[in-house]
Design a protein around this ligand. Structure first.
Ligand code: ADP
Length: 334
C-alpha cells in the first residue's frame, strides 16, 4: 500500500507586494514541496484584517498574491491554493481553539508586542489571537510541516502547544506541526539597509519586490549600505556587509560569490562592483517572475477557477478534521 503523504500547510498575507523574503523564506519551499507532499497553501486574507482593516485594496492584493504564488512555480493542480476566508471551517475551529489559549501567553508573543508598538491605535482582539488563527489554519488540515521564515518560529511553537493541549484534553486529533525549510535552518532575508528582516509592511525602500522594475531593482541595490572595506585580511564582516553576501548567495553563481568573498578576505573588495553585479543578478532572477505575474493577473477568470478549485480541496480536508474535532470534544448530540 502507498504510504500516506505528510501534510504541508502555509500561507502569505495579502498586505502588499511579495518580496524576496517571502520568496526564499516561504515560496521556494512551497514549490519544492508540492511534488513530495500533500500541500495546502493559502492567501491569508483573514490574518491581514488584524493590521489592515481598510479593505479597498484587498481584492487586488489577493489576486496578486495568488498570481505571485503561481508565477513562482506553484501548480494549483498539485497543491491546494486557496483563499483563507473561503474555508468557513476556519472560523469554527478558531473559536474552539480560542477557548484553549490563555491571554497571558498571547500577550507575551513577540509579534503581538511589536504590532502593539506599531499600531497603538488599533490593538484589536484579533491581533492578540493571531497565533490561534495561525494554529487553526495548520491544524485544520492536520498538517505536520509548515514552510515558513524564521520570524514564524514562535508562532509554530504556540501551534504545537495548542495542538498538544487539545489532544490532552479531548483526545488525539492533531499532529504537532513543525516549521520547515529545506536548508538546515529557517531563513531570515535581511532588508537592504542591513538591519531587520525584509518585509512588505515596513521598510518599503529596503525590500526587493517580485514586482519591481529592472531599474528600481538596480537603484535599490546600489543604495544598500556599505563602507570603505576591510583593512585586515579575513576580518569579520559587519552585519550590513554579511547581509549583502547573504543576498548574493541567494541569486548569484558560485564563482561570482567566491570572487567577492576572496576580494573581501584580501581587502581588495570594491563594493560598487559587488552591488552592480548583485543588481544584475537580482534583475535576472526577478524579471521573469514579474512578467509571468502580469500575464496571470490579466486573466481574472483563471484566478477565479484557481480559487474555487483550491477552496474545494481545502474544505474537503477541513470538513474531515472538523468531524474528528467535534467527536473528540463531545459536540455531537444526535
Ligand atoms: P510580511 O512579513 O512581509 O508581511 P507575511 O507575514 O505574509 O510577510 O509572511 C509570509 C511568509 O514569508 C512567512 O512564511 C514568513 O515567515 C516569510 N517571510 C516574510 N519575511 C521574510 C524574510 N525577511 N525572510 C524570510 N522569510 C520571510
Amino acid at each position: 500500500m502507498e504510504k500516506k503523504k505528510e501534510i504541508v500547510m502555509s500561507g502569505i498575507r495579502p498586505t502588499g507586494f511579495l518580496h524576496l523574503g517571502n520568496y526564499f523564506g516561504a515560496l521556494r519551499n512551497y514549490v519544492k514541496m508540492q511534488d513530495e507532499y500533500e500541500c495546502f497553501f493559502m492567501v491569508a486574507d483573514l490574518h491581514s484584517l488584524t493590521t489592515h482593516p481598510d479593505t479597498k485594496e484587498l481584492k487586488a492584493n489577493v489576486h496578486r498574491v495568488l498570481a505571485e504564488n503561481i508565477a513562482s512555480g506553484l501548480d494549483p493542480d498539485k497543491a491546494a491554493l486557496y483563499c483563507q476566508s473561503h474555508v468557513f471551517e476556519t472560523s469554527e475551529l478558531y473559536l474552539y481553539l480560542n477557548m484553549l489559549a490563555y491571554t497571558g501567553e498571547l500577550e507575551k508573543t513577540t509579534t503581538f508586542k511589536d504590532k502593539v508598538r506599531q499600531h497603538p491605535d488599533n490593538v484589536n482582539a484579533g491581533l492578540l489571537t493571531y497565533p490561534v488563527l495561525m494554529a487553526t489554519d495548520i491544524l485544520l488540515h492536520r498538517a505536520s510541516l509548515v514552510p515558513v521564515g524564521k520570524d514564524q518560529e514562535q508562532h509554530l511553537e504556540m501551534s504545537r502547544n495548542f495542538a498538544n493541549r487539545f489532544n490532552h484534553r479531548y483526545g488525539n486529533v492533531f499532529p504537532e506541526p513543525i516549521a520547515f525549510n529545506y536548508g538546515d535552518k529557517l531563513l531570515k532575508v535581511p532588508g537592504l539597509d542591513g538591519t531587520g528582516k525584509m518585509s512588505k509592511s515596513e521598510n518599503q525602500n529596503t525590500a526587493l519586490f517580485l514586482a519591481d522594475e529592472d531599474d528600481v531593482i538596480r537603484k535599490k541595490v546600489m543604495k544598500a549600505k556599505t563602507d570603505s572595506g576591510p583593512t585586515e585580511n579575513y576580518s569579520q564582516k559587519p552585519e550590513y556587509i554579511e547581509n549583502l553576501f547573504l543576498l548574493m548567495r541567494l541569486v548569484s553563481a558560485p564563482g561570482v560569490i567566491k570572487k567577492f568573498e576572496d576580494d573581501y578576505n584580501n581587502c581588495v573588495i570594491r563594493y560598487g562592483d559587488m552591488k552592480k553585479q548583485l543588481g544584475e543578478d537580482m534583475v535576472h532572477f526577478i524579471s521573469p517572475i514579474r512578467e509571468k505575474v502580469n500575464g496571470i493577473l490579466s486573466d481574472e477568470k483563471y484566478l477565479k477557477e484557481v480559487m474555487e478549485k483550491g477552496a474545494e480541496k481545502a474544505r474537503k480536508s477541513a470538513k474531515a478534521t472538523m468531524v474528528l474535532v467535534k467527536e473528540a470534544m463531545g459536540l455531537n448530540y444526535y
